[in-house]
Write a protein that binds this ligand. Structure first.
Ligand code: XBP
Ligand code: MG
Length: 245
């Protein structure tokens, strides 16, 4: 086998939030809706949410914010705190799903054409995200139709990979389920957390920064592009081959 085909690009593994679609403004509105529904005077604005996004996972993000307030109720025990966070996140997820169903979230430029081109070329497609499965289904059902799931061989998310990015768990689990060597795949991400997770799993990673992640440290990326609108599969293969060899 010659060296070029030794590590041909065989799979694209996509992050969801900020990568497949610009979702975080809708997530932010859903979090604030949940806080109001539960009678909390919390209100996250864009600058604060941009900082809070360094914590992957909505429940973890709520817990980190609550800790930062320093007013964690003393009288209630840890399990009732967790119950409150769970309830907040349930309300938030329902509000986010409604926003997606109302068409308030758009897929990013170039994403659907690249997914289609890669599938047509026989590449494996997978998802590695720290978001909740409800959110993935709502977004991709809206964007790709009711049979969206058939396009992805493996989906790993908050419900299957509890250790969140920058931990590599979600990517390690995708690679193991695909029985794929990391150098034969390529991850597509929008954040430094995601880049760290994918690189720790050994995956070359293409970065498409989102409005919330502009300016983060992407030095370890295979390449940073503004979005996928000018990225065809041939270009990905070229970058991947150069990186691997
Ligand atoms: C982004 C996240 C998620 C979303 C909110 O996921 O960290 O927590 O911000 O969704 P990724 P949840 O970039 O890995 O797709 O509230 O369901 O966590
Ligand atoms: Mg992301």
């Amino acid at each position: 086998m010659n060296r070029t085909s030794e590590h041909r690009l065989q799979a694209l593994i996509f992050d969801v939030d900020g990568t497949l679609a610009d979702t975080e403004m809708a997530h932010l509105a859903a979090f604030n809706h949940a806080f109001a529904e539960m009678g909390l005077d919390w209100r996250w604005d864009v600058p604060l949410y941009t900082r809070l996004l360094s914590v992957a996972g909505g429940k973890e993000r709520i817990a980190a914010y609550w800790q930062s307030l320093g007013d964690m109720p003393r009288e209630v025990n840890a399990s009732s705190l967790q119950q409150t966070i769970e309830r907040l996140h349930e309300i938030k997820t329902a509000a986010y799903e409604q926003a997606v169903n109302d068409g308030l979230v758009q897929m990013r430029a170039g994403v659907l054409p690249l997914l289609h081109e890669a599938a047509e070329a026989g590449l494996t497609l997978a998802i590695a995200t720290t978001t909740s499965p409800v959110n993935i289904a709502a977004l991709l059902r809206k964007a790709m139709g009711a049979d969206w799931r058939m396009h992805f061989q493996v989906i790993e998310d908050a419900s299957t990979a509890p250790r969140k990015k920058p931990h590599p768990m979600v990517y390690q689990q995708v690679l193991s389920r695909l029985v794929l060597r990391p150098q034969d795949g390529l991850a597509v991400e929008d954040s430094a957390n995601g880049l760290q997770a994918a690189c720790a799993a050994g995956l070359p990673t293409l970065i498409t920064p989102s409005a919330f992640t502009q300016g983060q440290d992407f030095a370890a990326a295979l390449r940073v592009v503004p979005d996928l609108s000018d990225v065809q599969l041939a270009q990905l293969r070229q970058w991947h081959t150069r990186h691997i060899h």
